[in-house]
Design a protein. Structure first.
Length: 234
């Protein structure tokens, strides 16, 4: 099939895509005309509709997915009965194996043009997880805006409920490396970089580079390690 004809057919199918049975069928047909994995991302850019894979699991009452967003195969979007919103901004991508789960009035809010690679876990329980715009999140990162209570030694931990120090906020243009874990009450500032494997338990300032367990700031973007100082260059 010539590319022009193939593309026109994909545009027509994606123009009717959605979460209904018919919409999912149209998405499946459009997917059949593309290659595997990220090759399907083109489908999100053929119309203003988002691409939501027929193989994604979506069970959310209050769901907002922006134009040209991409939700890959085997992504799970799940809200418990007492869960809040899940919002995926326009042009953002969630890749396979990622789980977004909300409950106890918590929400997960993802800004525009943010890319979340495979195997990430984003929770919203008691408090929100809020990811800004143009954020890059590597595979297997996790965000937990709550902790299990554990002070009562007479009861199993699973029976003691959860508590939170506050929402997780990742500001615009941040980059989180492979396997970063972010705890409740943490803000990662605009343009910050968090190195692979770090566990973030305290706020990371804007434009900082942080590594380790727990994560600590080693320098700021725009300055050489030898330059010292605690502020980025203008």
């Amino acid at each position: 099939m010539k590319w022009r004809v193939k593309r026109a057919l994909m545009v027509a199918l994606m123009g009717q895509s959605g979460l209904s049975a018919w919409g999912q069928f149209c998405t499946w047909l459009a997917s059949f005309l593309r290659g595997p994995y990220k090759d399907k991302k083109l489908l999100a850019h053929l119309t203003h509709r988002p691409y939501i894979s027929p193989h994604a699991q979506v069970w959310v009452k209050d769901l907002e997915i922006g134009a040209q967003a991409f939700v890959d195969d085997n992504v799970t979007l799940f809200a418990h009965q007492d869960g809040g919103r899940i919002v995926i901004g326009s042009g953002s991508s969630l890749y396979r194996g990622t789980i977004v789960e909300v409950g106890q009035q918590g929400s997960v809010i993802i800004g525009s043009n943010t890319h979340i690679q495979g195997g990430c876990h984003l929770k919203g329980f008691l408090e929100d997880t809020r990811i800004g715009a143009n954020v890059q999140i590597a595979p297997h990162c996790a965000f937990s805006p709550y902790q299990h209570n554990m002070t009562d030694l007479s009861r199993p931990i699973q029976d003691q409920g959860i508590s939170s120090k506050g929402p997780i906020v990742v500001e615009d243009d941040a980059w989180l490396g492979l396997g970063v874990k972010v705890m409740d009450g943490v803000t990662i500032g605009r343009g910050a970089v968090v190195g692979a494997g770090a566990v973030v338990t305290k706020d990371i300032p804007p434009y900082a580079i942080a590594v380790g367990i727990p994560a600590r700031v080693i320098r700021y973007r725009g300055r050489s390690p030898a330059a010292g100082g605690d502020q980025p260059d203008a």
